[in-house]
Design a protein around this ligand. Structure first.
Ligand code: SF4
Length: 438
């Protein structure tokens, strides 16, 4: 009788980038014969992949570690918060091992130490695309690690280091494997997607017998040739981003650009150490819409940044009304341990941050409702994510999973998750659409 395969539990916190790290760890462990447990009881050891970006994320991470220690007792911590070993050890001295972000080998070694692998030729089999935590029809594709920017509110470069891009052939081969495994939508992610390849000096690598440069536009174009939806996330608005807009107009990649702008006031942007010219940003938005009228620009903003005056906040609201971005996320500023922004004078009281956040969301809700109403009567493509009782729930090309809106198709329980259907928009809500297949 073969020995029972050791079993690992995983708690994955944080952003899609952390999720990709979890997928890599799981893929490696699965290839070594480990099984996975859906609950604490069934696991020989539990990995907690933490997020350490904001204080609230650190608190959540410490709580998740505490729960795993209580419920299982054998816990390995990894991810961004692993950077702060002392804080974890202080709170949870019984943790078996602590590793930082991207230390895949160290995590796997810690698992080996806790529960050694048992060789079994059947459990060694892993599908060629690796193991994923997303539904079968969409996948995150991480094209680089780290970031060479130094935004004052962020400690990601301290945690993850400077930009380190993957060669184009490596990214494209992974994308091909994902598509072969049934993925219909690739979500391109990194900390700074449009800086892709700068560190490699745009070095070429061979894919399908051709040299492909590690360059943002080239990669987007090649991904667009795979015949699936390609969605670009975390795009910093460098001038060369303009070059991907025609690819959207031609239907090669989705007309969707996720650009975290964070603010509009030049002074606040300077304090944030972001490029300050949001006036030019309005011109660029308008030029992009001329080239690709259907483009949806998603962005995130921070309100209540230290020193943000009432006038600067009003400036942001006015900018928002003019920009009319299709999709928006808004965060109240939270100090992050180790971030230079902590030293900026004039921290904003919580009630003021809260009030600004509400006003910001009200303005955006009005803009979004108007934009969504304009879609009524149009025929659009919808990717089906799930069936909920008798209703199909999907997304348009303007909606990324988890963060944007949905398209609801009543009485469509027969549609297959992962299929892309043509549908007529019958109605609209603040952020969602109602449609029926045509
Ligand atoms: S670009 Fe993003 S990851 Fe890089 S420092 Fe700025 S906020 Fe952090």
């Amino acid at each position: 009788m073969p020995k029972r395969a050791p079993t690992v539990g995983l708690v994955s916190l944080g952003c899609p980038k952390a999720l990709v790290d979890s997928e890599r760890i799981l893929s490696q462990l699965r290839s070594e014969g480990y099984q996975f447990a859906p609950d604490y009881d069934g696991a020989d050891v539990v990995i907690v992949n933490t997020c350490g970006f904001l204080d609230s994320a650190r608190t959540e991470s410490l709580e998740a570690i505490g729960e795993a220690v209580r419920e299982n007792g054998r816990v390995i911590v990894t991810g961004c918060m692993g950077h702060d070993e002392a804080a974890i050890k202080n709170a949870h001295p019984k943790v078996l091992a602590i590793t930082g972000p991207h230390q895949y080998e160290a995590v796997v070694e810690a698992v080996h130490d806790a529960v050694p692998p048992v060789h079994d030729p059947f459990t060694d089999l892993v599908p060629p695309e690796g193991l994923r935590l997303t539904p079968r029809h969409y996948a995150y594709l991480k094209i680089s690690e780290g970031c060479s920017n130094r935004c004052s509110f962020c400690i990601i470069p301290q945690l993850r280091g400077d930009l380190a891009s993957r060669p184009a052939a490596s990214v494209l081969s992974e994308a091909e494997r994902l598509v072969a495994a049934g993925v219909r939508e690739l979500l391109v992610i990194s900390q700074d997607t449009s800086a892709y390849g700068v560190d490699l000096k745009y070095e070429t690598s061979t894919w399908r017998g051709r040299d492909v440069a590690a360059r943002f536009k080239d990669l987007a174009e090649e991904l667009g040739s795979l015949g699936v939806w390609v969605r670009l996330h975390y795009v910093y608005p460098y001038p060369h981003v303009d070059h991907v807009i025609p690819l959207m107009a031609e239907g090669k990649i989705l007309p969707y650009l996720d650009i975290p702008l964070q603010h509009a006031s030049p002074r606040v942007l300077k304090e944030m150490r972001r490029p300050a010219n949001q006036v030019k940003m309005l011109d660029r938005l308008s030029a992009w819409r001329d080239i690709c009228p259907d483009i949806a620009v998603r962005s995130t903003f921070i309100v209540g940044f230290p020193g943000e005056t009432d006038e600067e906040f009003e400036f942001l609201l006015d900018w928002l009304k003019e920009a009319r971005l299709e999709r928006i996320g808004c965060f109240q500023y939270e100090p992050v341990d180790g971030a230079p922004a902590n030293a900026i004078a004039g921290h904003i009281p919580d009630d003021v941050k809260q009030e600004r956040w509400h006003r910001f969301m009200q303005v955006q809700s009005t803009i979004s409702t108007e934009i969504m109403q304009h879609k009524v009567g149009r025929e659009i493509d919808v990717i089906i994510d799930a069936i909920d009782v008798d209703e199909a729930v999907g997304r348009s090309v303007w909606d990324a999973p988890e963060i944007d809106g949905n398209v609801f198709l009543p009485d469509c329980a027969d549609l297959e998750p992962g299929s892309i259907v043509r549908a007529e928009v019958l109605g609209a809500e603040d952020y969602d659409l109602i449609a029926r297949p045509v």
